[in-house]
Design a protein around this ligand. Structure first.
Ligand SMILES: Nc1ncnc2c1ncn2[C@@H]1O[C@H](COP(=O)(O)OP(=O)(O)O)[C@@H](O)[C@H]1O
Ligand SMILES: [Mg+2]
Length: 287
């Protein structure tokens, strides 16, 4: 414990300036179905925002299939698991990614973030609070599906980005996700990104189908962030454990991520104490 206190003191000497004055943005990236490209979208957006000069932290909250680090060619020695157990400080497990993005790696099969005991929660909250000082964006890669623990994370985030492919199964699961979030909070900002579309027409059709369902049954529209095409460069980048936005910035998918990141940057308001608000949302007991 004393050892931890010393390490904390040393860390606090080179803290960046707090960003509480202007605020930050917290976005959770979700999908109804697994394998739709969610983690690639998180990495692509993080990279593009960083290229635009934003300070980005990415939290891997997909404890079932934690693989953000693998996608970016990192092999962390320490993960959130060690933070929760009190063996490491959050700062000590942070990974430096391309363009200054920082990644909080998870390990598969650990306790859900929303079901921690008091000591573990305190370690995580305080760590995240320190780490999120002076950042512009916190992006959260969540597990697929509408499990309670995922929905809780989504409700706590300022904005939710839903990723789907044009596949009918993915679309049905995406609608289930929209419905679940909407029933909890009809005002939660919900963005839609269609990934892995063969062409613009297919993406448009997908968007229209989902919008038609949400309009008809939930009386709401989704905010359309756009589409990312099926891109062989993305596959090549994944094989090399690099982000496509980093390795092939001219590739169609990289360009799509950049356009999406620019839109997010323009349209999403800064939230004062963005991260603190996120955590308050997460800690509130459900009735
Ligand atoms: N736009 C795309 N073009 C080509 N391949 C893609 C695209 N999006 C996803 N993929 C493929 O799908 C795989 C799964 O993506 P991943 O981001 O891990 O999905 P998820 O996080 O939703 O499970 C990737 O490794 C990649 O091979
Ligand atoms: Mg994933």
């Amino acid at each position: 414990m004393n050892d931890q206190a010393n390490r904390l003191r040393a860390l606090s000497r080179n803290q960046p300036a707090p960003n509480t004055l202007f605020g930050s943005r917290v976005m959770a990236i979700a999908s109804g179905k697994g394998g739709v490209g969610k983690t690639n979208v998180v990495a692509g957006l993080a990279m593009s925002l960083a290229q635009m000069g934003q300070r980005v932290v990415v939290l891997d909250a997909d404890f079932g299939l934690a693989n953000l680090d693998i996608l970016l060619g990192m092999s962390p020695q320490w993960t959130l698991e060690h933070v929760l157990r009190g063996e490491k400080l959050l700062e000590e497990i942070l990974l430096d990614g391309p363009f200054g993005i920082r990644i909080i790696p998870a390990s598969s099969g650990i306790q859900e973030l929303t079901r921690l005991d008091a000591a573990a929660e305190l370690r995580l909250v305080q760590g995240l609070q320190r780490v999120s000082q002076g950042i512009d964006w916190l992006l959260i890669d969540t597990a697929a599906g509408i499990h309670d623990s995922v929905i809780k994370l989504l409700m706590a985030a300022q904005e939710v980005l839903l990723v789907t492919t044009p596949e009918p199964t993915a679309l049905v699961d995406a609608y289930a996700m929209v419905k679940t979030v909407h029933l909890r909070d009809p005002h939660k900002p919900l963005w839609l990104l269609v990934n892995n579309a063969q062409n613009g027409e297919e993406a448009e059709e997908t968007i229209e189908q989902l919008q038609a369902a949400t309009r008809r049954f939930l009386s709401r529209d989704l905010q359309v962030l756009g589409m990312v095409p099926t891109d062989p460069f993305m596959l090549q980048a994944v094989r090399q454990q690099r982000c496509v936005a980093d390795l092939y910035p001219q590739a169609p998918s990289a360009q799509a991520f950049l356009a999406a990141a620019q839109q997010l940057q323009q349209k999403i308001p800064l939230q004062k104490e963005g991260f603190a608000a996120f955590w308050k949302g997460l800690s509130v007991e459900e009735p």
